[in-house]
Design a binder for this molecule. Structure first.
Ligand code: HEM
Length: 222
């Protein structure tokens, strides 16, 4: 497969979606683990320490550029695939699904769009103020724990985060196994294991993220 085909053929696009998807899953694991430091309930000391390591060192900041590149590529190829699938379909979705596909497998474009809207709000809450205070280099950072306390004291913000994380959960419920299948993990022996791990991961990660704004809103952490 040539580089041009990687970005233009259906198989190439699915490959890009799978590779960027798996990288984003790895990012979510690191992000949730780091954020889980809020539950140390030490006034944010452990969390701010970990966040400072990520925001104040060259290597994580270079990885951050790769992360944003991966997100943009995933969104771009995702929309192209959605349009491609739509133009191939002769009848709409008002039919019975003999293949038994779930609503969220058929709504990846919509769920991805909801996650994108959530991400714009999310980056405007934390990432942008923090990086702009650093002059987008390695300057002094804001107190992210106090910023979370402030943002998550507002009910509308908590609701937007819960809806964003539910969309993420459903997006992953299809995306997780789909990404690994595209990478070749696809035979009868492994399918059940892969879908179980995929569902388990989707539920676990979305509940973990949902509990974060709730913890601040209800004062479970101080
Ligand atoms: C719901 C609980 C969440 C909390 C409390 C939270 C908190 C944060 C904070 C404090 C930052 C700023 C880090 C920094 O400037 O160094 C950040 C960055 C970021 N978050 Fe979240 N996040 C949550 C969920 C999510 C979810 C579900 C996603 C993905 C769909 C996500 C994607 C990102 C991205 C892409 C960044 C910028 C990358 C970076 O860390 O440098 N976050 N988050």
């Amino acid at each position: 497969m040539t580089w041009k085909q990687v970005f233009t053929s259906s198989v190439g696009k699915k490959l890009v979606m799978g590779l960027t998807g798996i990288s984003l899953i790895l990012f979510l694991i690191v992000h949730a683990s780091l954020n889980a430091c809020i539950w140390a309930n030490d006034g944010g000391e452990m969390f701010n320490h970990a966040a400072h390591f990520m925001g104040g060192n060259v290597v994580p900041r270079i990885l951050e550029i790769g992360l944003f590149g991966g997100i943009i590529l995933h969104i771009f190829q995702g929309y192209l695939l959605t349009l491609e699938n739509r133009s191939k379909r002769t009848v709409g979705y008002a039919v019975n699904y003999a293949d038994g596909s779930k609503w969220y497998s058929r709504s990846m474009g919509l769920l991805g769009t909801l996650i994108l809207l959530f991400l714009i709000i999310h980056l405007a809450h934390f990432w942008f103020p923090n990086r702009s205070s650093q002059g987008f280099l390695l300057g002094p950072e804001i107190n992210l724990y106090e910023k979370m306390k402030l943002e998550f004291s507002q009910l509308w913000v908590v609701i937007v985060y819960i809806l964003g994380c539910i969309s993420l959960g459903y997006h992953l419920a299809h995306g997780f196994q789909s990404a690994f299948k595209t990478m070749g993990v696809h035979n009868k022996k492994y399918n059940l294991m892969l879908s179980s791990i995929g569902y388990g991961f989707s539920v676990f990660i979305s509940i973990a993220f949902i509990l974060m704004p709730l913890s601040f809103y209800f004062g479970w952490v101080s």
